[in-house]
Design a protein around this ligand. Sequence first.
Ligand SMILES: [Zn+2]
Length: 537
Amino acid sequence: MKKIFILLISSLILISCQKEKVDLIIINSNTYLVNEKFEKAEAFAIKDGKFIAIGSTKEILGSYKSENIIDAKNKTIVPGLIDAHCHFYRMGLQQQKVDLTGTKSYDEVLAKIVAFQKEKNASFISGRGWDQNDWAVKDFPTKEKLDKLFPTVPVAVTRIDGHALLVNQAAIDLAKITKDTKVTGGEIIIQNGKMTGVLIDAAMDFIKFPETSKEEAIQGLLDAQKISFSYGLTTVDDAGLDRNTIELIDNLHKSNQLKMRIYAMVSGDKQEQIDYYIKKGITKTDRLNVRSFKVYGDGALGSRGAAMRKPYTDRENHFGALIYAPERYQEIARQIAASEFQMNTHAIGDSANTWMLKTYKDVLKDTENRRWRIEHAQIVSSKDFRNFDNILPSVQPTHATSDMDWAETRIGKERMKGAYAFRNLLNRYGKIALGTDFPIEEVNPFLTFYSATYRKDSNNFREDGFQMENSLSRKETLKGMTIWAAFSNFEEEEKGSIEIGKFADFVILNQDIMGVDSAKIPKTKVISTFLNGEKVY
Ligand SMILES: [Zn+2]
C-alpha cells in the first residue's frame, strides 16, 4: 500500500514537472480560430511569440504552465486583424497636423491649434478642415488672434475644401509676401488696408510648407501604430511607399521601436524605384514584407477621375482617364511579371478594370500563384467578372457605404449592378481581401465588418442595406480581414488564423462579432491586442 502511494505521488510530481512552461496562456475564451474548418477553441498557449497549443481550458492547463494566464471570461477572440489596403504612413503624418474638421467657431479653431501645439511643439503648424459656414459668424476669419497666440511659430491651416488658407504673420514673413504682392488665379484678402491672413487658391502657393522631417516621419509611424493597435490591427498593407519610408520602417523594426507588421507595397510611380526593388529582390522579415508594387490605374469616382468605358451619366462626353498611357501598364506589368514581385493596381472605373485585367492576363499567361491584385475593383463590367478567376480582388467595404448616396448619379442604374460587387468578386476568385483605404475612410475595421455584411454605414443607413445581393457573410468577412488578407500578402503560412506555429497575433473583443445583434456590430470595441504574444494595446 505504502509503495503504491509513493508511486502515485511521484508520478503526480512527474506529471506536474512535465508541464511545459510557456510565456502566456489564454483560458475560458470564445476563440474563432479561422482555420480551414472555421473551428472554435477555449484556450491556447504561446511561447516565443507563436501559438504552440490550442484546445480546451482543461487540456491546455493540463499540459502547460505559465506565470501569465489570462482568464478571458468567455470573451470573443479573433486572429490579429489585417487591413489589406490602407495608407498607414500617410495616416500617421496626418496626426502631425492639426485636424480642424467639425469646429463650430473660430475660437474653437484657435483652441484646437493651441492644444495641438502644446502636445507637438511643432516648428511650423499646419492643419486642415475649418469651415466658416459652420460658425455663427460666417465671415472669413482674420489673423489677429492667431498672431497673439503664435507670434513666432508660423501657422498655416487650410479650409475644408482646400481652396483657402489661413496664415499668421510669422508664415507671411517666411513667405515674403505683402498686401501688394501680385497674384493671378487667386487672392490675398485685404481688409482696411491690411492683410487678413486668408489666401485664396494661387495665393496659397506662396506659403512653402516644410518637408517632412525624420522626427515627424518617425512620430507619424508610431502614432499610426498606436491608433491601429487600438482597433485590433496587427498587420497593415500600406498601399504605396517610397524607398526612404520603407528603409525607415525596417530600421525602426530592427531597433524594436516599431512593432506593427507591415506589408509595404512599393510605389510604382518611379521607374528607378521599380528597377531598384526588382534588382534587390524580396525583403522579408517577421515584421516587414516587400514583394509588391502599387500602381495607379485611374483616379476616383467622386472627382470623376475613374476611367469609364462609356461617358459619366452626370457629365456629357466625360470618360475619366487612365493615369498613364495604356502601353505603360503593359511595360510595368511585363517587368514585374519577369520577377517574383506582385503587382497591385488601383482600378476604380470599369475601363481601368478591363484594361488592367487584360494586361495582367496577357503578361502572366497561365503562371500559377502570382496573386496579382486589383485594388478597389470598384466598377466592373459584367463580362469582366470572369477575369477575376485568377486575379485577386482587394476591396474596401466602407467605400460602398460611403459612396452609396451619389455613385448612381455618376454612373447610372445599369452600371451600378457591377459596382461594389463583393459577392460577385468573391465567387470568382474564391477569396477576397478586405481593407479600408484609411485615412480616406476610418481606421475602424468593425465598420468594414458592418459594411461588408449588412451594407449599412455607421448611422445604420440604408435600412435594408445597399445592394444586399453583394453582401458577404460574417464568416467570409472575418476571413477577408484575416486569412484571405494574409493570403493576398503570401503570408497565410505565418498569420491570419490562430493555428500552431503561427505568430501569436490576436485580439480580445468586448462582444461576439459573429453572433451579436447586427446593429451592435459597429460598436464593437477592442479590449486588448496581442502581437507576437505581447500585449500592445
Ligand atoms: Zn488607397
